[in-house]
Ligand binder design. Structure first.
Ligand code: HPA
Ligand code: MG
Length: 178
């Protein structure tokens, strides 16, 4: 069934069953990779909260979770926007950090944010993303764990919004063409 939000129509794209299958596979890999390392999972709000919750509850290893919000503002340097984390209280020093994103699109946000993470001297940093759009990528950002690589199309649901709406849809929808 199509979904109408404001001026747009979205059609079914990836089912809840398929999502659950891939998230379970990622969790199994992370359980293997991080056994005994007590990783700190950091979800980037708002979009990642559904994926982060689903992934985290499938971890069977010792792990912690925290959430941050990124705010970007114009820096004074010519490099453009500076991205800073709101709510990052955890000490990252010598921790194994897993950044959790809903989607890597151009990669701009994560690219700008990585120096702030690295400054805190974690033992390691990996990126887990629910989606990535390889054709949209403009910055040097690579996910270590990715549930689905998709075409460069606007998607909705499973935490992702159109103008603030649609995050609560349990499946993934894609913008209907024309
Ligand atoms: N959908 C929703 N939010 C997004 C997308 C998308 O396709 N890409 C980046 N943010
Ligand atoms: Mg959004």
């Amino acid at each position: 069934m199509d979904i109408h939000i404001i001026d747009k129509t979205f059609v079914p794209f990836i089912s809840a069953a398929k999502i659950n299958e891939r998230v379970s596979e990622l969790a199994a890999t992370i359980n293997r990779d991080y056994a005994g390392k007590k990783p700190l999972v950091i979800g980037i709000l708002n979009g990642s909260f559904i994926f982060a919750a689903d992934l985290f509850r499938l971890l069977t290893i010792e792990a912690e979770i925290s959430f941050i919000k990124l705010a970007s503002y114009k820096g004074t340097s010519s490099t453009g926007n500076v991205v800073t984390a709101i709510g990052m209280e955890e000490n990252l020093k010598d921790r194994h950090v897993i950044i959790v994103e809903d989607i890597i699109d151009t990669g701009k946000t994560l690219h700008a944010f990585m120096p702030e993470i690295m400054n805190r001297q974690p033992a390691s940093v990996k990126i887990a993303t629910f989606l990535s759009k390889p054709d949209a990528l403009k910055y040097d950002v690579k996910a270590d764990y990715c549930a689905f690589e998709i075409e460069n199309k606007f998607v909705l649901g499973y935490g992702m919004d159109y103008d603030g709406l649609g995050r609560n849809i349990p499946e993934l929808y894609v913008l209907k063409e024309n």
